[in-house]
Ligand binder design. Structure first.
Ligand code: NOJ
Length: 746
């Protein structure tokens, strides 16, 4: 009787948010943990396992808005056999589902609703690779803040984002979902994204999920889902830092990746999921599998059947099962057979409940179900303005000869040509959530709006994105001939990057390059506007076209952002977060490679190079021009020797030497010349985006300390080693000033 009374008191305390049972409780963590314990004490094994089960609403992948709840789902929710849905959206619809959970199930535990809000919910922002090209973590923080604002108004409280996979192979379609090739830039972006989504976990924030843990971007051949075989050192120094950074920034969930890594699928990896993530990094949130990645343990060949897969995954530390139904089907039996301890299940359940408490769902399960807020927020001006700002900042000017850009305002006729010119679907990019092409401003529409009838805008599609037909060439050529300048809009379709969208070539698809060559013959000045989700090898364009603007997939404000940048209302300042190879055969090519014993030298046959290619990429990491120019001088260090207690101050002067005000990303790299293991030829350590008026100069200061020099040493410790380090500062990873210092033992 006394026990029941206690239970009642605890339950009341949960639902009325009053901690009545102890005076010692102080921190939020302690309060939550006590509340979690009080819930878990009431749960049957089946109810516990239910919390670890996540199902997608509807059949297959894809979002479901307001619809009838099938009896099967109703029953599962009532029985407490679902902890979370993905792909169920809308304030009203999530309310319907939540209502069943909190009124019809025995313990009334609220559901958590997940969705892939990758670069926007309805207001689609630029793809994440583009957001990384801003080199402004605060831009990504703003973007994810607004993405959360929209998603949270539509019942969503958990996004499967950010993707923080380092990607060194542009054939991999998912390169577009991340921040590119560099662990330092990637780590800053990961943290910014987590801050933006999660904020202070108010009803306008959502829980973030760092994915895909781990090594997913290292797929052999860039082929999605493929084997990953990388050294422990590379894993530690290159692939894991962004995850660690997300954890340090307070990310509440991680997603285990599909791939195997060095023989062990991530979803079965106790090393990754427990030893590194929890024991080393102290992660307190929960890990969700990728879609059926527990089921795929059987296909990988590490489990004979789904039951063994469930056993391996839960014991490795994988808390929530997305869609394979392995846990809901087999965990209870595994516990009874003694293969999985109830304690292990309890730990996972506690982690899930903890996040639900953090979100405040126990206190107000309908916190995210406010139809009025949904109406006000979705596609609101505030969110669209933010998307426009990020888009402009994400563009990278790859070439601009004869100062063709910015466009003069007195052209009489501008020809807008190409398969991406009038497209409203493609600017959304991949993983565009609830994005709708009817909300997108195409390049053509953007330019027409911009010139407001003062200039005539002509249009011809020329060709399709990925089609052999050249039938539209004649019209395109006539249109070009009939105009003063051509804006040629080329690139990939939005369905050519993203999940399962690996490509074996980085060339422009279809006959687009041929179209460019034909238009080139007209002698008209041409500006190429590129849209794509990965680096492209655009050698011919680079050699022949005067101006090239990389706009990635800019989201719904595409045309507006592009018009403003082409006409110079905003001076582009984006920098490449990933190397652009000359050809697919150059892959892997990334700036922070090792030197080798025979670094490439075209004059020396027996060196590391290709017989038929220059040593350099088409555009290096960190590259990007401006309508103005910058000069760098006076790279200076306050010391030429530091100990581990010192701070090294590095300064460099940057001058705007051109004709426009503009922003510049000042980049700082180091090179550890000699180590117990070989070290990269350059590593990005700091950067700063500065604004300089025409003629203005600024001295930019950076501070480094011994901590910044650490790496995984020969004996697998994360430490620095005394010796000489070079310091490079410049406008990209190649064009740099150079100095050096020594790290000495104190
Ligand atoms: C599979 C993808 O790999 C992952 O990134 C995504 O979050 C899930 N599906 C859910 O849609």
């Amino acid at each position: 009787m006394k026990k029941h009374l206690n239970t009642l008191i605890i339950l009341l305390s949960i639902f009325f948010n009053q901690i009545t049972f102890t005076q010692e409780i102080k921190s939020t963590d302690e309060i939550i943990s006590a509340r979690v314990d009080s819930v878990i004490a009431l749960m049957t094994l089946d109810e516990k396992i239910g919390q670890l089960n996540q199902l997608s609403f509807g059949i297959g992948w894809g979002p479901t808005v307001k619809s009838n709840v099938p009896d099967e789902y109703k029953e599962l929710i009532r029985e407490g056999k679902i902890g979370s849905f993905l792909n169920a959206l809308g304030a009203d619809f999530t309310r319907d589902l939540q209502k069943i959970a909190v009124t019809e199930s025995r313990l009334k535990i609220p559901l958590i609703f997940g969705y892939d809000v990758i670069h926007g919910f309805k207001t689609i922002f630029p793809i994440p690779l583009a957001e990384a090209a801003t080199w402004q973590p605060e831009m990504l923080e703003m973007s994810t803040h607004y993405q959360a604002l929209e998603a949270s108004s539509a019942g969503i409280n958990w996004t499967f984002s950010p993707m923080v996979d380092i990607a060194r192979d542009p054939r991999w379609g998912r390169i577009m979902e991340g921040s590119g090739e560099d662990p330092y830039l990637g780590s800053l972006m990961a943290a910014a994204s987590v801050r933006g989504y999660q904020g202070n976990l108010s009803d306008k924030n959502i829980i973030a999920c760092a994915k895909h843990y781990a090594g997913y971007g290292g797929a052999e051949g860039g082929r999605d889902y493929n084997t990953v075989d990388i050294s422990e050192r590379t894993l530690q120094d290159v692939y894991l830092p962004p995850f660690k950074s997300a954890v340090d920034a307070g990310v509440q969930t991680l997603m285990a990746s599909f791939n195997e890594i060095n023989g062990v699928p991530s979803s079965a990896s106790k090393y990754l999921l427990t030893d590194v993530l929890r024991d080393e990094w102290g992660f307190k949130g929960f890990v969700v599998s990728d879609w059926n990645s527990i089921g795929e343990l059987v296909i990988h060949g590490v489990a004979v059947d789904l039951k063994q897969a469930a056993n391996i995954a839960i014991n490795a530390g994988l808390d929530m099962d997305m869609e394979s139904r392995a846990y809901i089907t087999y965990l209870a039996a595994l516990v009874k057979e003694g293969k999985v301890s109830e304690e292990t299940v309890n730990e996972s359940v506690k982690r899930v409940l903890r996040v639900k408490f953090l979100l405040g769902l126990f206190d107000d399960p309908f916190k995210y179900c406010n139809e009025e807020r949904e109406k006000e927020t979705i596609l609101s001006k505030e969110v669209k303005d933010a998307a426009l700002e990020v888009a402009k900042k994400s563009f990278v000017l790859l070439k601009n000869e004869n100062n063709l850009l910015p466009l003069k305002k007195d052209y009489k006729k501008i020809a807008v040509i190409g398969p991406l010119a009038n497209s409203t679907e493609n600017p959304l990019g991949g993983w565009a959530a609830m994005g709708d092409s009817s909300d997108v401003i195409s390049i053509l529409a953007g330019l027409k709006n911009y010139v407001k009838g003062n200039t005539e805008i002509l249009f011809s599609e020329g060709c399709k994105i990925n089609d052999p037909s050249t039938i539209g060439f004649t019209d395109a050529i006539n249109t070009a001939n009939n105009s003063d300048i051509v804006i040629l809009c080329l690139g990939e379709g939005n369905d050519m990057s993203g999940e399962a969208c690996s490509r074996s070539t980085l060339d422009l698809p279809g006959v687009q390059e041929q179209l460019a060559k034909e238009l080139f013959k007209t002698g008209k000045p041409i500006v190429v506007v590129l849209m794509n989700g990965r680096p492209l090898s655009i050698n011919w364009l680079n050699e022949n076209i005067l101006a090239i603007l990389e706009t990635w997939f800019p989201g719904i404000t595409a045309g507006e952002a592009i018009a403003q940048v082409l006409f110079g209302d905003y001076n582009p300042a984006g920098k490449l977060p990933v190397t652009f190879p000359r050809t697919v055969g150059q892959i892997p090519i990334y700036y922070n490679h090792k030197n080798s014993g025979r670094p490439g030298d075209l004059k020396n046959h027996y060196t590391s190079k290709y017989l038929d290619l220059p040593l350099t990429p088409l555009y290096p990491f960190g590259y990007g021009l401006s309508y103005t120019t910058f000069s760098y001088s006076n790279l200076s260090l306050n010391k030429n020797k530091i100990t581990k207690n010192d701070k090294l101050q590095i300064s460099v002067t940057v001058k705007n030497t051109g004709n426009y005000d503009g922003e510049e990303v000042v980049q700082l790299y180091i090179q550890d010349l000699v180590g117990s293991v070989t070290r990269p030829v350059k590593e990005l350590k700091r950067f700063q985006k500065i604004f300089l008026k025409k003629g203005e100069s600024k001295t930019v200061e950076f501070t480094l300390s011994e901590k910044d020099l650490r790496f995984t040493t020969a004996d697998m410790k994360f430490a620095s080693e005394p010796g000489t380090f070079k310091v490079y500062a410049g406008t990209n990873s190649v064009d740099v000033l150079e100095s050096q210092f020594e790290l000495v033992q104190d």
